[in-house]
Design a protein around this ligand. Structure first.
Ligand SMILES: [Zn+2]
Length: 323
């Protein structure tokens, strides 16, 4: 079996819900089944949304579920720091490389200008309306003059054509970022690296071999692969899990009941029953099973994970805390 050094990269912006916990479990299982190490990285670049204490709570809940990690913000490691907010110099260096090689250009558009100029329908939700390329061909003199008035964002010059990759769950995937998002932001005007740049810089620097995450991020993989190519870095393998949804088929939310690990823990749930539920959602255990992550390692492979969206039944969640 090929090595699968893996990672789980939560944002400390809210409690760990069952969907994220399932992603962590499956990423961990894939790494451990291959005898590989596992990394926890905190994605805390979105300063205003980061809440104090949430990082510690998430780490505590992962440990309570029976997951462990070899490197992370709490225990360090050879390729740290493991918090994105402490890695800004790395992102700046990567942006410099992209700028020097001509892969990015400054963009002076405001959000409302882009919305007004874009006639295309919205692309993937994480990127907003497709960027129409307004600043793509600004001359150097014009760009310098504008930059003296206000700092620009930096956009990646997306080439025409499709990017194809092999996904561990979805198989062969093909997306045309030039059509879906257009030239995308890699650094905001305030100097903060965009998610796409930070995640590529970090996964490469942390020598991650396999990225297991929710399939809401599937379309963004194209943008990341373009950045890997431009920065001459080797990409990891990707596996995008079907999202966990409520019984009504919509994204997990408060109305679906006790969906956070902290709440289940606080109400006396057995962590083995919670892991059993997460495993059952993925087709790896029968409903009502009580198992530890360790007990699921033998024989695990991502190929065994069910491909259908996993619907979380409210009665099964409530049964975790009954009595
Ligand atoms: Zn622009």
């Amino acid at each position: 079996m090929s090595p699968a050094r893996g990672r789980f990269a939560p944002s400390p912006t809210g409690p760990l819900h069952l969907g994220n916990a399932r992603t962590a479990l499956l990423a961990w299982l894939s790494a451990r089944a291959a005898g590989s190490s596992f990394v926890v990285r905190i994605e805390d670049l979105d300063g205003p949304r980061v809440r104090p204490g949430v990082e510690a709570a998430i780490l505590g809940e992962l440990a309570w579920l029976g997951l462990d990690w070899d490197e992370g913000p709490d225990r360090g490691g050879p390729v740290g720091p493991y918090r994105q907010a402490e890695r800004r110099d790395r992102y700046r260096a990567a942006l410099d490389r992209l700028r020097e090689a001509g892969f990015v250009y400054p963009c002076f558009c405001s959000r409302s200008e882009i919305a007004a100029a874009s006639r295309a329908p919205h692309g993937p939700g994480d990127e907003g309306p497709r960027y129409p390329g307004t600043c793509r061909e600004l001359g150097a003199a014009e760009a310098a003059a504008r930059a003296s008035r206000r700092p620009p964002a930096w956009r990646f010059r997306v080439p025409a054509g499709e990017v194809t990759f092999q996904d561990g769950i979805h198989g062969r995937c093909s997306f045309a970022a030039s059509v879906e998002t257009g030239d995308f932001v890699v650094a905001r005007a305030d100097g903060t690296a965009a998610y796409q740049l930070a995640v590529v810089v970090d996964d490469a620097a942390m020598r991650i071999e396999e990225v297991v995450r929710g399939d809401d991020l599937l379309p963004s993989t194209t943008r990341q692969l373009l950045l890997y190519r431009a920065l001459e870095l080797a990409p990891p393998r990707f596996a995008h899990l079907p999202l966990v949804v409520g019984e009504d088929g919509t994204r997990l939310a408060k109305r679906h009941g006790a969906a956070s690990v902290a709440e289940l823990r606080g109400r006396g749930a057995d962590p083995r029953a919670v892991v059993g539920l997460l495993a059952a959602l993925s087709g790896l255990a029968r409903a009502g099973a009580r198992v530890s992550p360790r007990e699921l390692v033998a024989g695990f492979s991502l190929e065994r994970v069910s491909r259908a969206p996993a619907a979380l039944r409210r009665d099964l969640v409530e049964a975790l805390v009954a009595g």
